[in-house]
Ligand binder design. Structure first.
Ligand code: 5GP
Ligand code: ZN
Length: 116
């Protein structure tokens, strides 16, 4: 999608990729919430998890999950990490190109409602 910032980053037109394969690309978040905060995105534009079709996107989804584990290992996140995809308004999604937040480097709480 021509006016999508994550499409441009995934295509290598702007920014710097920290990982890529045939299906996904990954780059550091602009406003990191932890020492490691990487965004893993499909190279082909998909708006959110709501558009996932298992047959069409299964390989991409598998590559995204494998990329998360690979990047986590490269970053030395031996104590663990979190992988999150915010979906829609209640999920807190602000960029409408599917992305997985890989966050690590500090202990995180659960459930994820710090304001309550
Ligand atoms: P969301 O709120 O949609 O789950 O997450 C969007 C994420 O994208 C945010 O963490 C935000 O900091 C990040 N972000 C927004 N615009 C850019 C950008 O142009 N470059 C990078 N690297 N990250 C971005
Ligand atoms: Zn896009």
């Amino acid at each position: 999608m021509s006016d999508c910032i994550f499409c441009k980053i995934a295509a290598g037109e702007i920014g710097k990729l920290v990982y890529e394969d045939d299906y996904v690309a990954a780059f550091d978040d602009l406003n990191p919430v932890a020492e490691t905060h990487v965004l893993i995105v499909p190279k082909k534009h998909i708006a959110s998890l709501n558009e996932i079709d298992a047959d069409e996107h299964g390989a991409m989804a598998g590559h995204a999950l494998a990329a998360a584990a690979k990047i986590a290992a490269e970053r030395g996140l031996t104590d663990g990490y979190r992988l999150v995809s915010n979906c829609g308004a209640h999920g807190g999604q602000t960029v409408m190109h599917l992305h997985f937040h890989l966050v690590g480097g500090r202990a995180m709480g659960w459930p994820p409602f710090p304001e309550e």
